[in-house]
Design a protein around this ligand. Structure first.
Ligand code: FE2
Length: 157
């Protein structure tokens, strides 16, 4: 049944497309973070193992909330790995067990997502008149800014 919540059809469609791209980015980042959780090595193994675990657990909730936001504005969410790979702005990258390389890769991804989200906040509100989605992605931006700060604080120059 069609959603009648005061967003024009073409606007809801445009927001859903951007949210599906975001969903793909969050999914790729989730998989990468889990990979690092499994394969990290070093004298502070347990610290990093748990740090990554906290991150992918939060990303798991973020993924769910993005997909469900797409449903709330009357569209279907992507849900196949091959679609996520096609849509994502992020690179999967090569395997690495090196903590500093892992952290730099994750920082780059969180910051990339933050930059897209910052643009989406304004686009959703001003261009597509979808203040609910604009508010929703504002909360996500703050989560990515926080993770970026945490990661940045671990990185050796
Ligand atoms: Fe685990």
């Amino acid at each position: 049944m069609k959603a009648n919540i005061g967003i024009a059809d073409n606007h809801a469609q445009a927001v859903a497309e951007k949210l599906n791209k975001l969903l793909a980015d969050e999914f790729v980042l989730y998989a990468k973070t889990r990979n690092y959780h499994w394969n990290v090595e070093g004298p502070n193994f347990m610290e990093m193992h748990k740090f990554y675990e906290g991150m992918y657990e939060e990303l798991d909730e973020v993924i769910d909330s993005v997909a469900e936001r797409i449903r709330k504005i009357g569209h279907y969410s992507e849900g196949r790995l091959k679609d996520f790979i096609k849509l994502t702005n992020l690179e999967e990258g090569e395997y690495t067990n090196d903590q500093n390389t892992q952290l730099k890769n994750l920082l780059d991804d969180h910051e990339t997502i933050a930059r897209y989200l910052r643009t989406d906040i304004t686009t959703f509100a001003e261009q597509y008149k979808d203040l609910g989605s604009s508010d929703f992605v504002t909360g996500l931006l703050q989560k990515h800014e926080q993770w970026a700060w945490f990661i940045r604080s671990y990185i050796k120059k």
